[in-house]
Design a protein around this ligand. Structure first.
Ligand code: H2B
Length: 97
């Protein structure tokens, strides 16, 4: 999986395939808010995502309040978005279903 920075055109293309996420104005990160039925489901989602993060060596910026999880993804090493962020976003969407 490439850790090369994607330009804004590539970001727009990849975003079009991804439910619920939006890009920052500078195309430097993508964000999504996930809503669950309760805290237990929210935390189960975070646990799965945390294990994925370790496996990919790619870690989300996120916060949790009760049943809401706010996630922002970017690749710090590349100074922007890479394919890895989109892979992670797609898998997070799958975990949240
Ligand atoms: N996570 C994210 N989101 N971006 C990175 O650039 C990054 C990371 N780099 N997790 C990894 C860890 C790097 O620091 C280690 C050394 O591989």
């Amino acid at each position: 999986m490439s850790r090369e920075k994607l330009d804004s055109t590539a970001v727009a293309e990849m975003l079009a395939t991804l439910d619920g996420w939006s890009a920052a104005k500078d195309s430097g990160s993508i964000s999504r808010q996930f809503q669950f039925r309760n805290f237990s489901e929210a935390f189960a989602f975070m646990t799965r995502a945390a294990m994925l993060a370790e496996k990919l060596d790619h870690h989300p910026e996120w916060s949790n309040v009760y049943k809401t999880v706010d996630v922002t993804l970017s690749t710090h090493d590349a100074g922007g978005l890479t394919e890895l962020d989109f892979k992670m976003a797609a898998l997070m969407n799958k975990f949240a279903r």
